[in-house]
Each structure stands twice: as structure tokens, then as C-alpha cells.
Design a binder for this molecule. Structure first.
Ligand SMILES: [Zn+2]
Length: 452
């Protein structure tokens, strides 16, 4: 089967693309174009970033958002307060500058520091700076659990106020108590679509998420950086308040302990990679209590950065969201150094897993719908004209694969395995994968908003 290029609408490529420009874990999974700068995190000087990538040459085509968290950090650091009118104006100028330099839209990550400290008015004000250049608004919403409905309403409100199309990132039900309730959240998305808001969602085909360890802490505890956190922890009353907030959060999530939270990569001690917080707590010979596991987390968080995998979603929701016609596919991943850490397999195998597991084995969706959700649906959302279809005059971004043989190999236990079955992958007419193996070619282009 010959398909147009697979577009990954949600990545964090700026993390490592300059170190690993071939992006082997993406191209071997059939991806020829990736959109990065998601969840509010991007380069804040995209002109310079794009110029560096063009000089370096990269393996796939790349477009980027300008991210709210990065812009806010640049202007306000990680202060836990509302922005002044002067700061709003400075942030707007930074958003507008990056839109002029080719950003594809404005992204937010409203659970992360410091974006979570911003109110809706700030988000709307900055999104307006992107709207004048016809950007897309993509949001890692303020909540994916108990308050997910309000979070959807907030994201759609930004779209309504600015006239921007809205992409709800990695759509999920991230709360064990609420598993099964994606029928309600999808119905809400449909209602807004009927009202005329251009809103779509994206998803990765797994029931586990991946993000930092910091999200287990209350956001107020993380303001102003790591030294400020250490000071708070050294103050007994504040320490106790942090622990109480974390207990409340666990109760809200329906989790009894932190066995659902597994270290993907620990900056300062890689022997912890692949171990759950409960296991690490045990290794420290501490009692098997929630209190003790929380202390373990606080110790780790004080020492450095940890990337985590969370077993937090239900299969029913993953499948229902996948079957929804307006769901595009996205990995939420980045360039992985082969063999390093125990990262979420989504960076290696999102496309192959959809085609093998959800199309061929479980019949959750038809092959042609799966391909549409990797190709023309995202191309339409992001206005990637002359790409995303097999058609004369279009860029030759093509994937040749056998639907009976395509197979995801990466697992949570052994993620460092390339997908099988994508025999030939062309980026701008040049083979980046041939006979299923990376060729080392770097024919990728930066897709600027203007130039695309
Ligand atoms: Zn996110």
C-alpha cells in the first residue's frame, strides 16, 4: 500500500533534533513530517532555530508552534502570579515575532510551570497575537481528569474569542475514577463543532502517558525553581501542606500508591530508569505507605529532572477516542537516543501500533480511516497544502507498507526497537528508509507558516 506521508501532529522534537537530526525513531515508523513546540514548550527564537536546522539538515519535515510556557518563562520566569499589562504586551510581541518567523500557531500546556499560573484572559490575549497570522491553537488542557469538561470549554473559548482552529492535544481520560467517560467529552467536542468551532483532537495509541515527575506535586510548590522548592520543603508547615495536597491529588486520581508511576529517565541516577516510585521507595528500605512514597518523590524532585511513564488511562477510552472521526494521530514523542533510558514506546511505534494492533487485531477502525487520520486530516487542520495526499504536483512524501506485515516492536519494557513493515519512506522524493532501514539521508525541510 502506498500512503501519503504520515504527519505527527504533536511532538517535542526541539529536545534532541539537533543532536539526532536523522530522527530514526520517527522515519522508521513512517513519519515524514512532525509538528513540534507543543504543550506550551518551544524554542522562543524560531527564526534562529529554523536556520540552525536548515544548516544542519534533518531527516524529516518540521513545523513548530510558539509555546506559551516558553514565552512566559522568557518574560516572567516561573513566577506564580498574574502577568502585568506590560508583561502581556511583551509576551504578545514575542508571539507575534515568532509567528512572522513561521510558527504554525500557538500552543499551551496549562498543567505545566509556568503556564498553569496564567488565567484564561492571558491565554486569549497571547493567542490573539497568533490569530492575526492565522495560526492554530493547540492545547494541553488545564485538566484531563475531574475538570476535563471545563478544560475543554476553556480551550474552545480561546478558539471562539480568536477565531482560531483548536487542536485538543493527546485527548484522554487521565483519571482512573473516570475511566469510560470519554463518551461525554467527545459529545462536548461534537457539540462545539456543530456550533461552528473548528475543533479536532489528537491521540497516541497507548493507555499510559509520559511526562515529568513534577506534575505529581502541587503547582504552587514548583514556582521559582528548584532552590525555592527545597526551601519550601525545609519549612515543616509548608512541607506538610505539599504532602497533604499530593495525598488529595492521589485520592482524586483514584490511585492508592505510586506503582502506576515509572521512571523513564532520571537525569542524576540512571539506575532508577524503568523502576516505579513504589519500587524505588522499597529500594530505600522505607515502609510501603503513601506518605513514604511521597517523601521519595519529593527527594527525587529536589535532586533533578525525571521523565516518567504513568499507567493512567483505560483501554475503553483509548479505543473510543481513536474511533472518533476527528481524531488525528500523534506520538507526543521526541528523538530518542537508541538504547538510552526506558522511554515511552510511542516515540518509536505510534503509527505501526495503530495499524497492527487497532486496525488489524482489534478492528477499532478501518485501515483507510487510520491512514486519513495520519495524513489528510492533520494536513487540513494545519493548512499543509500540497502535502498529505498522493497527487500530481504534491511533494513526494510517501510511505510504502504492507498492511498485513506492519508491526510495532517497541514495548514499555523494551522500547528501543524500530517498527517493522514500512519498507520505503520518501521525504521530498528522497528515500530516508529503504528495505525497512534508515538510509541516513536528511532531505527534510522546515515548513514555515508562510512558506508551506
Ligand atoms: Zn502535553
Amino acid at each position: 500500500m502506498l500512503a501519503p506521508r504520515f504527519i505527527d501532529v504533536h511532538t517535542h522534537l526541539e529536545r534532541a533534533i539537533e543532536k539526532l537530526p536523522e530522527a530514526d525513531n520517527f522515519i522508521t515508523d513512517g513519519v515524514t513530517t512532525a509538528i513540534t513546540g507543543n504543550c506550551g514548550g518551544s524554542e522562543v527564537d524560531l527564526a534562529a532555530f529554523f536556520a540552525r536546522l536548515e544548516k544542519l539538515r534533518i531527516g524529516l519535515n518540521l513545523a513548530s508552534f510558539i509555546g506559551h510556557n516558553s514565552v512566559r518563562s522568557e518574560v516572567m520566569g516561573t513566577a506564580n502570579r498574574q502577568a502585568t499589562p506590560e508583561e502581556i504586551a511583551r509576551m504578545q510581541r514575542l508571539v507575534a515575532k515568532n509567528m512572522q518567523d513561521g510558527a504554525i500557531g500557538f500552543s499551551t500546556g496549562l498543567i505545566y510551570i509556568p503556564g498553569t499560573y496564567a488565567n484564561t484572559a492571558e491565554v486569549v490575549a497571547l493567542a490573539k497575537a497568533a490569530a492575526q497570522y492565522h495560526g492554530v491553537y493547540a492545547s494541553h488542557m488545564r485538566d484531563e481528569g475531574v475538570h476535563v469538561q471545563e478544560a475543554i470549554e476553556e480551550a474552545v473559548y480561546v478558539g471562539k474569542e480568536t477565531g482560531m482552529p483548536v487542536e485538543l492535544s493527546h485527548f484522554k481520560i487521565d483519571n482512573k475514577r473516570l475511566w469510560g467517560s470519554s463518551d461525554k467529552t467527545l459529545a462536548l467536542v461534537e457539540r462545539f463543532r456543530r456550533e461552528g468551532v473548528d475543533v479536532v483532537v489528537d491521540e497516541y495509541p497507548y493507555n499510559r502517558s509520559s511526562t515529568n515527575l513534577g506534575i505529581t506535586l502541587p503547582s504552587w510548590a514548583l514556582a521559582d525553581g528548584r532552590e525555592a522548592l527545597k526551601k519550601r520543603l525545609a519549612e515543616p508547615a509548608t512541607h506538610a501542606r505539599i504532602v497533604e495536597d499530593m495525598k488529595d491529588k492521589m485520592n482524586e486520581l483514584g490511585q492508592e500508591d505510586y506503582s502506576y508511576a515509572v521512571v523513564a529517565s532520571c537525569d542524576f541516577d540512571h539506575s532508577l530508569d524503568g523502576k516505579s516510585i513504589s519500587e524505588i521507595n522499597g529500594l530505600k528500605h522505607r515502609p510501603k505507605t503513601l506518605q513514604s512514597e511521597i517523601e521519595t518523590i519529593l527527594e527525587l524532585q529536589s535532586q533533578g529532572d525525571l521523565s516518567m511513564v504513568y499507567h493512567s488511562m483505560g483501554d475503553e477510552d483509548v479505543e473510543r477516542i481513536m474511533a472518533y472521526p476527528n481524531t488525528a494521530f500523534a506520538s507526543d514523542g521526541w528523538d530518542i537516543e537508541f538504547g538510552k533510558g526506558v522511554p515511552h514506546p510511542r516515540s518509536y511505534a505510534t503509527r505501526a501500533r495503530v495499524l497492527a494492533e487497532y486496525v488489524r487485531n482489534r478492528h477499532v477502525l478501518r485501515l483507510e480511516d487510520a491512514v486519513r487520520k495520519m495524513t489528510s486530516l492533520p494536513a487540513r487542520t494545519f493548512g499543509l497544502r500540497d502535502r498529505g495526499l498522493v497527487r500530481q504536483g504534491f511533494w513526494a512524501d510517501l510511505v510504502l507498507f504492507d498492511p498485513d506485515k506492519v508491526q510495532d516492536e517497541a514495548t514499555f519494557e523494551k522500547p528501543h526497537q524500530y517498527s517493522k513493515g514500512f519498507d520505503l519512506v520518501l521525504v521530498n522524493g528522497v528515500a530516508v528508509v529503504e528495505d525497512g532501514k534508515p538510509t541516513g539521508a536528511r532531505p527534510g525541510q522546515v515548513l514555515r507558516h508562510e512558506a508551506r
